[in-house]
Design a protein around this ligand. Structure first.
Ligand SMILES: [Zn+2]
Ligand SMILES: [Zn+2]
Length: 279
């Protein structure tokens, strides 16, 4: 149980606010998920949010959340989906949102990064899907989990177009000024392993400046493993390394980051504090 970097850092309980356990399940089976959650519990992670990427994927997240205490899920439609949800799909997404372990709408968002084979979805289609999903979030008074890759102004415009939307910018990649714009709109920033990478200076400045109630931490498992795990598949236990990096950047003890991010995650997603991972 003493894999490097996963020992309790003395920081207190942490919530991994964005962890694709369903992708881990696809690669490593249910036993892989159970082991990852066990290691996470040992490392001090108490709760995990598993975000869905489309209807079937969100339903896989539901299954995993039903199987494990401390795991919750969100119902999403990722910007890489080739079309916006049709009426039947929207109704099914909405039905899934009624599940007692469904705690938000996401991931949803905009992605204008381009390289061959990454995705082929036009901005127009992405914007239509995002708008529908933000309306769903607003109608159910649930937080939105937003994926924003090279789309900062377009994401803010989408948020401004739907009244009453709140939520989190997952794997935040903006600078301090963009962070302020998100905070003005009541959005939290969720910091991923990217904050531990060299050449993330602008994001690190946002980490230093955001208010204590304004941020979460996440792994985005199995992607974006933080230093010193970089190059390996990510795992929820590694959120400890990201939280430690955030504490160093903010010049505070790890316990401060653990307390702030856990309180904020529980508030945003309405997580019951007693429903936690079993070690
Ligand atoms: Zn994402
Ligand atoms: Zn994700």
């Amino acid at each position: 149980m003493n894999e490097p970097g996963t020992a309790p850092a003395g920081g207190g309980p942490l919530v991994d606010s964005h962890c694709h356990l369903q992708v881990l399940a696809e690669r490593e089976g249910g036993a892989g998920v159970a082991r990852a959650l066990e290691l996470a519990a040992v490392a001090g992670v108490t709760q995990v949010i598993c975000p869905g990427l489309n209807l079937e994927d969100s339903d896989r997240c539901r299954e995993i959340a039903e199987a494990h205490a401390g795991v919750f899920f969100t119902v999403g439609w990722h910007p890489h989906e080739r079309a916006a949800p049709d009426r039947a799909e929207l109704e099914a997404l909405e039905e899934l949102l009624g599940h007692p372990r469904a705690v938000g709408v996401g991931e949803v968002g905009l992605d204008q990064y381009w390289r061959p084979g990454y995705h082929e979805t036009s901005l127009e289609v992405q914007q239509a899907a995002l708008h529908q999903m933000l309306e769903l979030a607003s109608a159910h008074a649930l937080p939105a989990v937003i994926h924003d890759r090279e789309s900062h102004p377009e994401v803010l415009a989408a948020v401004d177009a739907v009244a009453g939307v709140r939520g989190v910018m997952h794997s935040f990649t903006g600078d301090a000024r963009h962070a302020e714009r998100c905070r003005e709109r009541g959005f939290l920033l969720s910091f991923s392993g990217i904050v531990t990478f060299p050449r993330s200076e602008a994001i690190q400045e946002a980490v230093r400046r955001v208010d204590g109630d304004g941020y979460l931490v996440e792994t985005d498992t199995p992607f974006l493993a933080p230093v010193p795990h970089r190059g390996r598949p990510n795992s929820p236990a590694y959120v400890v390394a990201t939280a430690a990096a955030v504490a160093r950047l903010r010049g505070v003890a790890p316990g401060v980051v653990a307390a702030q991010t856990t309180a904020s995650a529980r508030r945003l997603f309405g997580l019951p504090p007693e429903d936690v991972l079993h070690g």
